[in-house]
Ligand binder design. Structure first.
Ligand code: CDP
Length: 786
């Protein structure tokens, strides 16, 4: 007989992350920890040039090195029809170069050896005869008529243009601009940056020559999708391919694409009949794997003198590198088109997006964002800030005046998407209250009177996550739906298998909390499994904050299915009808007689020992979730900075963040996600830049050049929440993983510009380094005196 109900630590509880136990004890199991009998090691030779014809490759000296088992070139791959592979955007990408190299760091050949150091040393003995070609390092140059065609391998590819997309209503937007009192415009560049996960990419490919079974341990954020792509590329039967993504040391979008290293290692294992391990080093990861951003943006905002926003016009040019490999839904420029209008009630908007090939590594990964939302969010928030200066209005008031109101949701945007819910006024008002905005304005006035450069910046962002409804969202035709499978054991403990792939987000804790909330089993009694295609339900993986809105929803749905069956068993045990039962916490009880109850553990035991006649025994199920819409988390960030006029250095004085991701499953984990995102946003705003010289040489191939903020530089964050549940998500949760990286860079930059705006400075492209600030101040002062 059940006694008093216990408190279940479901959604809303700050449950400690179960996965940390193994991580902080050094007991995690990463790909490089996997060691198989007879395992060989692979190293990749990469192109030193950004654009060159390959005349010949001589591998004889490398092949003769003791310990070298094989040297693989593009020609060998071509014999197996594997020299090229499809990308996630219906383009093709060279696995090992055969005709030309198209970016510095491109894969040219691979050495397979008994020892990783032998493999690496032997690379130096491969002789490649390159014939250099003009390197194209900007999309503007790429689109000039006389630019050499980078992708001359593609039939019918006359130039370097990849795509042209438009959204919104051009005519209505032109009309809105015709009615404007003021038009504010900005040209800005969101630089190429790298997600830089601490663990680089790699795999161990193990193909059993006797059974044909391929087991590939891989650093992948999307193991199921990768397995399908592998089956299509290699022709191996899908049931013979098992992708296992064990613990991942961060992904942030970098581990979504299929990399040539995975394919070559798999082909090598197939040919040699032994397991082959490939692990990138840091420079390889920074030079050649999925970059993000690299967006040249032009925006125009039409307003009335009273600050009413009328229309938005934008055009964006993306530098995609040599192969178009974005993991991007096929029907439209997802993310960008969804939220380019930000949190504002625009009647009209028109957005044009073009992409070009250049001689750089493929980019465009969803680095802690849903496709291109980060760029869009940055553009609109920079425009709004500049509009406030133009109209001499307070930037907070300008935003509050134009926000979509809470009673307008669901809200159809000017680009044709429906925002599910929001309370932008609530989030901004809380942020202003928490930072003490009026007081801060006074402080700023006093500081300025003393000649200090003191700025206050803000950004109000809307994110779009949880792709997505099957009608509109697919990658390579695979619908973006996800699953969850739940089994309750006889003793009332459970195992949950999820389709998404954790990379440090804490899914083993939060997904167990979702089940706990639905079924009353404590989270520590639920084991969460992921990252093994043989043992988890199908799904498109974890990126763009989609896990909670998709696989998290499937988890709630399957738990509810099981609860329905549990109710029948409880009714049988209590000899009442199902309708007479209520469920609360961890038990079913008879309405009006709470001491006549059966706990979920009683029911689970009965599911295997004492179930009603005619009922199938057991307590388990699987659900797939096809969301009716995306979810739209949002928030407001306010930053105060002081700029040193003598050095150009800027320091964050205050940083207040208000985030709304609907119901928080685990507030502690959400805060951790936000802290991570705010840090990355700060890094992008202040210091992170991958750039290229005129020859296409990548500058930023190590952590001395590509700067990650450490705890020393990172500002102190003051984080707060509002809660606006998503109306369609089973537990009202929206994703949060990406929001802070999306929203915060504009707040930091707006703060620096605010400190300098009285000098007429309206833009400094990121990263806003001290030298750029100093240059801008000197130029402005020279202008003043000149
Ligand atoms: O797809 P990804 O896991 O990167 O992003 P997410 O779905 O936004 O979740 C990030 C982490 O925050 C996961 O552990 C989620 O379960 C957790 N989360 C939460 O506790 N409450 C929310 N409303 C959203 C996410």
């Amino acid at each position: 007989m059940a006694t008093e109900a216990t408190e279940i630590r479901g959604p809303g509880h700050r449950v400690k992350r179960v996965e940390d136990d193994r991580f902080i004890r050094g007991k995690g199991n990463y790909v490089d920890d996997i060691k198989l009998p007879e395992m060989l090691h692979m190293a990749i030779l990469r192109s030193p040039l950004a654009h060159a014809k390959i005349n010949s490759i001589d591998t004889s000296k490398a092949a003769a090195v003791p310990g070298v088992v094989a040297v693989v070139t593009g020609d060998l791959m071509a014999q197996h029809n594997l020299a090229w592979m499809p990308t996630l955007s219906y383009d093709t990408q060279a696995v090992l170069a055969t005709d030309k190299v198209r970016f510095q760091g491109q894969e040219v050949a691979a050495v397979i050896a008994e020892d990783p150091y032998v493999a690496k040393d032997a690379l130096e003995l491969i002789e490649v005869d390159y014939e250099p070609l003009e390197a194209i390092v900007t999309p503007q140059r790429a689109l000039e008529p006389d630019a050499p065609v980078i992708r001359d391998d593609k039939e019918g590819q006359a130039g370097n243009a990849i795509y042209h997309w438009e959204a919104g209503d051009k005519e209505a937007t032109d009309k809105a601009f015709g009615e404007a009192d003021v038009v504010v415009s900005i040209d800005t560049f969101y630089p190429r940056c790298h997600p830089a996960p601490l663990e680089t990419c790699g795999c161990v490919a193990d193909i059993n020559p006797a059974t044909g079974q391929a087991t590939i341990y891989m650093t992948s954020q999307a193991p199921h999708a990768i397995r399908t792509v592998f089956a299509l590329v290699t022709g191996l039967p899908e049931e013979k391919i098992r992708i296992v993504s064990p613990d991942l040391g961060g992904g942030f979008g970098n581990k979504v694409p299929v990399y040539p290293g995975y394919v070559v290692a798999t082909a090598a294992s197939l040919l040699l009949g032994r397991p082959v391990k490939w692990i990138e080093d840091r420079s390889e990861n920074l030079i050649s794997t999925g970059f993000a951003r690299d967006y040249h943006m032009h925006g125009e905002l039409a307003l009335k003198n009273d600050g009413t926003m009328l229309g938005l016009r934008t055009s964006l040019l993306s530098d995609n590198g040599a192969f178009y490999a974005d993991a991007q839904p096929t029907k439209f420029k997802a993310g960008l088109f969804h939220i380019v209008t930000g949190s504002y009630d625009f009647k009209a908007a028109h957005v044009v997006a073009d992409g070009a090939y250049t001689n750089k590594a493929p980019g465009g990964v969803a680095y802690r964002c849903s496709f291109r939302v980060t760029e869009a969010s940055y553009l609109i928030e920079r425009l709004v800030q500049n509009a406030a200066y133009e109209l001499a209005m307070d930037p907070a008031q300008l935003r509050l005046k134009n926000f979509i109101r809470a009673d307008q949701f669901p809200y159809a945007s000017a680009t044709g998407f429906v925002y599910d819910s929001g309370d932008y006024h609530g989030a901004m008002n809380l942020a202003l209250e928490k930072i003490g905005y009026d007081e801060l304005l006074k402080e700023q006035k006093e500081a300025r009177a003393q000649g200090k450069l003191y700025g206050i910046g803000m950004a109000s962002f809307t994110e779009v996550v949880g792709a997505g409804p099957h009608k509109d969202y697919d990658i390579l035709g695979l619908k973006m739906n996800d699953g969850a499978e739940l089994r309750i054991h006889p003793t009332g403990k459970a195992i949950l298998k999820i389709s998404c792939q954790t990379q440090g987000q804490g899914h083993e804790t939060t997904f167990a909390q979702i089940v706990a909330g639905e079924l009353g089993i404590q989270p520590e009694d639920i084991k969460v499994m992921h990252g093994d295609t043989d043992n988890t339900p199908y799904g498109l993986g974890t990126y763009a904050s989609r896990s909670t809105p998709t696989s998290g929803a499937a988890t709630a749905m399957v738990a509810r299915k099981i609860r329905d069956k549990a109710r029948k068993i409880a009714a049988h045990l209590l000899e009442v009808s199902e309708e007479d039962l209520e469920f609360q916490g961890d038990r079913f009880f008879v309405k009006g007689a709470p001491d006549r109850a059966k706990t979920i553990q009683d029911v689970a035991f009965a599911a295997y020992t004492n179930f009603p006649d005619g009922m199938e025994p057991g307590l388990e199920g699987v659900s797939y979730y096809d969301p009716p819409n995306l979810t739209f988390p949002f928030g407001t960030y306010v930053v105060a900075v002081e700029v040193d006029p003598d050095t150009g250095q800027w320091e964050v004085r205050r940083m207040v963040a208000v985030d709304d991701c609907g119901v928080r499953i685990n507030p502690m984990i959400v805060e951790g996600q936000i802290h991570g995102g705010l840090t990355e946003g700060y890094g992008i705003a202040a210091m992170q830049l991958i750039t290229f010289d005129d020859g296409g040489n990548c500058v930023g191939s190590n952590f001395m050049d590509y700067l990650l903020p450490t705890s020393w530089e990172t500002p102190k964050f003051e984080t707060f929440a509002t809660v606006t549940p998503s109306p369609h998500h089973p537990i009202g949760a929206k994703g949060v993983g990406e929001s802070a990286t999306v929203g915060s860079p504009a707040a930091y930059v707006n703060a620096v510009i605010d400190a300098l705006q009285h000098l007429g400075i309206r833009n400094i492209d990121m990263p806003v380094t001290s030298s750029k600030v100093w240059d801008a101040v000197q130029a402005a002062r020279a202008g003043e005196t000149g």
